[in-house]
Ligand binder design. Structure first.
Ligand SMILES: *[C@@H]1O[C@H](CO)[C@@H](O)[C@H](O)[C@H]1NC(C)=O
Ligand SMILES: *[C@@H]1O[C@H](CO)[C@@H](O)[C@H](O)[C@H]1NC(C)=O
Ligand SMILES: *[C@@H]1O[C@H](CO)[C@@H](O)[C@H](O)[C@H]1NC(C)=O
Ligand SMILES: *[C@@H]1O[C@H](CO)[C@@H](O)[C@H](O)[C@H]1NC(C)=O
Ligand SMILES: *[C@@H]1O[C@H](CO)[C@@H](O)[C@H](O)[C@H]1NC(C)=O
Length: 390
């Protein structure tokens, strides 16, 4: 009896802990995200810099406070900085072909503080684990260090030694944060393409199939280690529709949005929207973007998975306010799952956070606008996405 009596509460505690833990991660249900069985609305921003600028924990907290105050739930940030000489905050230091993980206060310990600050503000993090571009190292550092300086960018997706090195890196993050529900999910790369920005050479053989095969390999690898977290790609969302003369729709960048979204081990789709830098201003940037959003929304319905517009940004001179209103409304009215703007801004004691011309600081008109769209998107989701037709 005595023994029995002491076991019962223990069992009850174990069950309640298991229930709490298993439901505290964001999950998918058809085209929606859920948390503890209720709709989870992805609305928020990008902050690439929060873990890479030597911010104090207090400043990290202010960053997430500012974002959360708009009604945001989710922030996308970088989980990489590849360096060959130690400096600032970084995660992997390369000596020849040998990388060493930085577990210290300028590395993963610092990222622990990012996670804690996000958690204190009830924000979840999407973590992107490498970059197509040379900012903060990215793919070309793997290629250069392992295969030799200036080798083709797209060897990142095919060379077995490079793939093994990237898997090893990804595993470090997964093992550290596998039980952390503040992490919404992992993204395989920021804006993967056949071409990069440092190693302009390509093998000449990279097609959408090359990157899709890599997405299959990497997403299956993550799922084999981590069944708690969601997995997405982090791409710009290019389509590969046959006989299309538009580079955004003909697969020429090496991305086939449909093929990638169809992969079992990819939980949600991602796309970006930058009509001006993509030379897509016909009939106007605004209306090109509206169609881009709707086409991704159609793929979302076709594959029955959530899709996020996870980056879009304009300069003030680019009819920004009217265009953001149009795009946010299109997201909400079309039934697209969620949206993250590029990019968050904060006025910290050390000064304003980086501004590439599209940072949104507290007290500005767009910052105030965000709250309205966050509320509208949450309201839409509480009524159920299924009421939105294609
Ligand atoms: C880099 O590696 C080489 C040998 O592989 C070693 O001799 C050298 O000391 C290393 N450099 C650093 C800074 O660790
Ligand atoms: C961080 O922000 C949260 C929520 O705004 C607040 O409750 C907490 O006190 C802050 N923590 C620190 C260390 O400033
Ligand atoms: C687009 O997909 C087709 C297969 O449907 C493939 O043959 C073609 O190479 C792809 N286009 C590009 C540019 O990768
Ligand atoms: C895709 O479109 C771009 C821009 O029109 C063009 O330069 C390229 O040749 C096209 N590629 C394919 C594979 O059709
Ligand atoms: C924050 O800084 C930005 C850029 O320096 C400025 O435009 C904005 O007015 C500031 N906001 C507040 C609340 O001080």
């Amino acid at each position: 009896m005595k023994l029995y009596a002491s076991v019962v509460p223990l069992l009850a505690a174990a069950v309640s802990l298991a229930t709490r833990l298993s439901t505290a991660f964001v999950k998918t249900d058809g085209q929606c995200f859920t948390l503890n069985g209720a709709p989870y609305t992805v609305f928020g921003s990008n902050s690439y810099w929060v873990g890479l600028m030597g911010l104090t924990t207090n400043e990290m907290n202010v960053t997430f406070q500012n974002i959360a105050a708009t009604g945001a739930t989710t922030v996308r940030t970088l989980g990489f900085n590849e360096v060959t000489t130690a400096s600032g905050d970084y995660y992997q230091l390369w000596n020849g072909s040998t990388p060493t993980i930085n577990y210290g206060p300028t590395g993963l310990k610092n990222f622990d503080n990012v996670v804690a600050a996000a958690k204190a503000n009830n924000i979840r993090l999407i973590i992107t684990l490498t970059n197509n571009w040379h900012d903060y190292g990215g793919m070309d550092v793997y290629v250069d260090q392992i295969l030799g300086q200036g080798q083709p960018h797209d060897y990142f997706y095919t060379d077995p030694k490079v793939i093994a090195a990237y898997k090893k890196y990804v595993k470090v993050w997964i093992e550290r944060y596998i039980d952390e529900p503040t992490i919404f999910g992992w993204e395989l790369a920021n804006e993967p393409r056949c071409t990069g920005s440092t190693n302009s050479a390509t093998s000449g053989t990279c097609t959408t199939t090359t990157i899709t095969n890599w997405v299959k390999t990497m997403s299956a690898y993550i799922k084999s280690l981590d069944c708690n977290h969601l997995v997405g790609l982090g791409d710009e969302g290019w389509f590969n529709w046959t006989n299309n003369i538009d580079a955004s729709y003909n697969g020429s960048h090496g991305i086939d949005f449909d093929a990638n979204l169809a992969i079992d081990t990819i939980d949600f789709g991602t796309f970006h929207l930058y009509p001006y830098s993509w030379d897509e201003e016909t009939p106007s940037a605004m209306s090109w973007g509206q169609t881009w959003i709707k086409n991704h929304r159609n793929a979302q319905a076709m594959y029955n998975k959530p899709v996020l517009m996870e980056e879009f940004g304009l300069l003030a001179s680019q009819d920004r306010i009217a265009t953001y209103k149009n795009w946010y409304s299109t997201v909400i009215d079309s039934g697209l799952t969620g949206v993250l703007v590029w990019q968050a801004g904060s006025n910290l004691t050390s000064g304003p956070t980086p501004d590439d011309g599209s940072a949104i600081y507290p007290g500005t008109m767009i910052y105030e606008m965000e709250s309205m769209y966050a509320a509208q998107l949450k309201d839409r989701n509480s009524q159920g996405l299924q009421s939105y037709d294609m």
